[in-house]
Design a protein around this ligand. Structure first.
Ligand SMILES: Cc1ncc(COP(=O)(O)O)c(C=O)c1O
Length: 426
């Protein structure tokens, strides 16, 4: 079955055949939405056909992905996804919430959410016979591409700002990618990457440019949907014996940090796919969180416009430090079409969120802790109903940026190696 039947431009709605186009709409530069043959999928599959699969990785959703199964077996590329969701009762109590869960994306093979996109893009690159895959990255997308490429023996080139945290640069180098550090911003690296890909015939993974990144990212929505399914089942099984998500309960509300806007639009696409298939009774609410110093999408959302005005970004959360978000329009819609919103947080709030998450055993990098900082800010603003079930995404590991983590905590004391010194300290 040919499930991938084309693209639709998110701006002008123009439709393209799968082989007619590779990146964005030639008419207006709009991001392309991948279109699947939903009619045929609906006839062929029931949710249980996917949810009953033993494979916990993103590849359990292969029927809903616009690629064929990756060749080979059990490499890191085959093991992306299936990340845990767990409850945070102590933080829930502290915030006055009834249900709070965290989905921990730092458990992916290269320790960030970006593996989802890179696994699908590398698989697409293999199908296209691309010799080299290239991306611009603040660090995580590059590490993910380098890691996934290394896993299957694909050549990768990564352009990153020279200011990228050392751990991320180390990942790129260890995975054997050709690493080019740009003396400029992420946005400059982004534009240079597109020029280089055109010049040298490389396949470009750039976030918010290659339509397959959102397809990879939507797999997190599928996992959240399965989680909702299981939670609802646990709650209703006793009463009704049915496996359904009750549509009259407060909707799950998901907090996600936003830079280019591709994670939030990927999640939205995943839930839209499920809705088109009739597999989900209602859309979860998507709440985007941006750093105050890098908030072009939040600004557009609150100005009720889809015109994204670039900012001069400055935030400790390097992964979401973006002047001109490349998936801004769809990111605005991800909130507006799901009854969600955008929340701003300061760098201090992000550092506090790193420390708070640490108290329950979660180590988040600044961009990842931004989502939790957004939840804290939203609760303080008073518009979040305590009954609302909340899920926060931790999109990347704190080990990615240890320098920032150290700013979130008090330095450890150094003492003489004597019991006396310990006693004095205590
Ligand atoms: C850890 C982390 N969180 C959040 C984001 C934001 O994703 P997006 O740029 O798609 O909005 C990124 C992007 O690099 C990231 O690395």
């Amino acid at each position: 079955m040919d499930k991938f039947i084309g693209y639709t431009c998110s701006l002008c709605g123009h439709e393209y055949a799968p082989n007619e186009i590779t990146y964005t709409c030639p008419k207006d530069g709009g991001n392309l939405d991948v279109v699947l043959d939903y009619e045929a999928l609906r006839k062929k599959y029931q949710p249980e056909d996917l949810t009953s699969r033993a494979n916990p990785s993103i590849w359990r959703y292969l029927p809903l992905l616009p690629v064929s199964a990756p060749a080979g077996d059990a490499t890191p590329l085959h093991l992306v996804g299936g990340t845990p969701v767990f409850a945070l009762p102590r933080l829930a109590e502290k915030l006055g919430l009834k249900h709070l869960w965290l989905k921990d994306e730092s458990r992916n093979p290269t320790a960030s959410f970006k593996d989802r996109a890179s696994a699908v893009v590398v698989t697409r690159a293999r199908e296209l016979g691309a010799e080299v895959v290239v991306t611009a990255s603040t660090g995580n997308a590059g590490a993910a591409l380098a890691g996934m490429a290394a896993a299957v023996g694909q050549k990768a080139v990564i352009f990153a700002p020279k200011s990228a945290p050392q751990a991320k640069v180390a990942q790129l180098l260890v995975f054997g990618a050709k690493v080019i550090l740009v003396d400029g911003t992420y946005d400059e690296a982004f534009d240079l990457t597109i020029k280089a890909s055109e010049e040298f015939g490389w396949y470009c993974r750039n976030t918010g440019y290659n339509p397959f990144t959102a397809e990879g990212k939507k797999t997190a929505a599928f996992e959240i949907w399965e989680f909702m399914y299981r939670e609802a089942a646990a709650a209703t099984r006793k009463a009704t014996g049915e496996l359904t998500i009750p549509s009259n309960k407060p909707r799950l509300t998901i907090f996600v940090s936003v830079g280019d806007g591709n994670i939030i639009s990927g999640l939205h696409k995943g839930f839209k796919d499920l809705q088109t298939l009739g597999w989900i009774p209602h859309m979860p609410r998507l709440i985007g969180v941006q750093a105050q110093g890098s908030a072009a999408i939040a600004n557009a959302f609150h100005a009720k416009t889809e015109t994204i005005t670039p900012v001069q970004s400055k935030t400790i959360a390097d992964s979401i430090s973006v002047d001109l978000p490349r998936d801004g329009v769809r990111a605005v819609r991800a909130a507006s079409e799901t009854g969600g919103t955008y929340v701003y947080v300061s760098d201090d709030e992000i550092l506090n969120a790193i420390a708070e998450l640490g108290t329950v055993g979660v180590f988040a990098e600044p961009a990842a802790a931004t989502a939790y900082a957004g939840l804290v800010a939203a609760k303080a603003q008073g518009w979040l109903d305590p009954e609302t079930p909340i899920l926060v995404l931790n999109t990347g590991s704190g080990l990615k940026d240890v320098r920032a983590a150290m700013q979130a905590v008090q330095p450890a004391p150094i003492i003489e190696p004597t019991l006396e010194a310990v006693r004095k300290l205590l």
